[in-house]
Structures are given as structure tokens and as C-alpha cells.
Write a protein that binds this ligand. Structure first.
Ligand code: MN
Length: 273
């Protein structure tokens, strides 16, 4: 191959790569980068901060775990703190994300590697406006055992007839167990389906809600349910669970009145911290 053909081919390749990347100078980069849809409702930001602190005070998250909410101005955006212990989250930590898990303005903050859990659930569940991911300890056994989690009392009717289990090995083989890209997030969201939560084998759980109070309350009552169920099984006799019809009726009656009562308490205590 002579040098002039080589130069031509190199030039063609460079042009092709540049076109594929959409690179036509700094102006094009600025146009392609997602821009903010605008500042979120300050009350929603306070709700999100309260959610972080409440989940921490109930031991649902420790230094790990996170909670997000859809942006009130655009359902294709969500808000979540940068990578920080939830108990310490303040307004300055809140980042706007696209549903591809792309931050709008990172501004030096680090990110939760498992933000794709949230992004991919929002993509396929328009009814969900808040997501919690946690490793709450009593829930873990039900993600690794053949004994299914079931609702043991009226506060956990959202478990319904049980919860699906996402096993990261099924789609992704051997991993470091983290749902740290869109493919893994999508597989998890698919396994969630139309349920309220999905257990994650050897890891934790992703919990959804139509609002922050639902996602937070379900995370807390899921942990309590799991703890009670473990104790009841440990007693050794037979265990009576809610009948699926009973669980359905609780849900139809407004699921514990939308958790208004605990949320008023939790938010007040959290924001007083
Ligand atoms: Mn995790």
C-alpha cells in the first residue's frame, strides 16, 4: 500500500469516527450534552433529603443504599444524591439525571455506581415516581432461600402474593454483584415487572412507589415484615400469611392511607436533624 492511499484511508476513518461520535467542534458537544429541565420544586428536594435521613435512621440504609424521585418538571428526569451516606445528604448533593443515568451537572460530585437501578425502573414503569435501593438485613435471607417472602401483616400488603428475585448471574454471569450499567439495570427492571419491589439475590432489594412516602414506607415495612416472618418461621409451627384477597383489599382501600401519617412524622424528624 503506498503512502498516499494510506493517508486517504486514515483521513476517511478519522472523518467517519468523527461523524459517528457526532463531533463537529465544541458547539456540537454543548448541544448534545443534556441540559437541566429547570430547578425542581424545593418541597420535593426537602422530601428527598427527608427520605435519605429517614431510611438511615430506620437502619434501612447505612453508608450504602440510595433513594431517588422523578423530577416534577419532566418524567424523563430523576433526582438523586451524589455518592454519599444517606444520613449526610443535603440539598447541595442532589443531582439531576436522565433516564440513561447521565448526570446533568456533576460539578465535582461523585455518583452512585448503581444509579441504573433507578434509571431503568423509571424507563419501564411510568406509574413509579420514587425508587429505593437498600441492603436491609432481614430481607436478604429471602433473596437467597427457597422460602418466599410473603405478607405477614396488614402493613405489608404491598408484597401481594410475593416478590420476584433478580439473580444477577442469570443475565450477566460472574460479576462484582453491582447493578452498575444500563444492561444490568434493565434486567433487574424486567424482573421487577409490575410488582412493588424486587429482591436481589445476595445483595438487597429495589423498592418502588408512586411517591417518596410510598417508596420509603414500603422499604421500612418490608424490613419489618421480613423480620417478623423470620421470627414466625423460627417458632417452628405453621405460619398464617395474609390471604392474597386480604392483601388486595388493603391495597384497594388506599394502602395505609397513602402513608400520610408516618410521612408527616418521619419528614419532621428528619428535617429537624
Ligand atoms: Mn447495592
Amino acid at each position: 500500500m503506498n503512502s498516499s492511499i494510506l493517508r486517504t484511508r486514515c483521513s476517511f476513518l478519522t472523518t467517519t469516527v468523527a461523524v459517528l461520535l457526532g463531533f463537529a467542534g465544541p458547539a456540537a458537544i454543548a448541544q448534545n450534552a443534556p441540559v437541566s429541565v429547570g430547578p425542581a420544586d424545593p418541597e420535593l428536594i426537602l422530601d428527598l433529603i427527608a427520605a435519605n435521613r429517614t431510611l438511615a435512621s430506620y437502619g434501612i440504609v447505612d453508608a450504602y443504599g440510595h433513594v431517588s424521585v422523578r423530577h416534577n418538571l419532566d418524567p424523563n428526569r430523576f433526582l438523586m444524591a451524589g455518592a454519599r451516606a444517606p444520613a449526610l445528604v443535603t440539598e447541595a448533593d442532589i443531582i439531576e439525571y436522565t433516564l440513561d443515568g447521565v448526570p446533568i451537572d456533576l460539578n465535582g460530585r461523585s455518583q452512585y455506581s448503581e444509579r441504573f437501578i433507578h434509571a431503568e425502573i423509571y424507563k419501564i414503569r411510568p406509574d413509579v415516581s420514587s425508587v429505593v435501593h437498600n441492603h436491609s438485613p432481614s430481607v436478604i435471607p429471602f433473596g437467597i432461600s427457597s422460602v418466599p417472602i410473603k405478607p405477614v401483616y396488614h402493613m405489608s400488603s404491598f408484597i401481594g402474593e410475593g416478590l420476584p428475585i433478580y439473580d444477577i448471574r442469570d443475565e450477566s454471569g460472574m460479576t462484582d454483584m453491582l447493578v452498575n450499567n444500563a444492561e444490568k439495570g434493565s434486567a433487574l427492571a424486567t424482573q421487577l415487572g409490575d410488582r412493588t419491589a424486587v429482591l436481589m439475590r445476595g445483595h438487597g432489594v429495589a423498592v418502588t412507589g408512586e411517591s417518596i412516602p410510598f417508596a420509603v414506607a414500603r422499604s421500612i415495612y418490608l424490613e419489618i415484615n421480613a423480620s417478623i416472618q423470620l421470627q414466625a418461621i423460627g417458632l417452628g409451627g405453621s405460619v398464617s400469611y395474609l390471604d392474597p384477597e386480604e392483601a388486595r383489599r388493603v391495597l384497594e382501600s388506599g394502602e395505609n392511607r397513602g402513608y400520610d401519617r408516618p410521612w408527616e412524622l418521619w419528614r419532621r424528624d428528619a428535617l429537624a436533624q
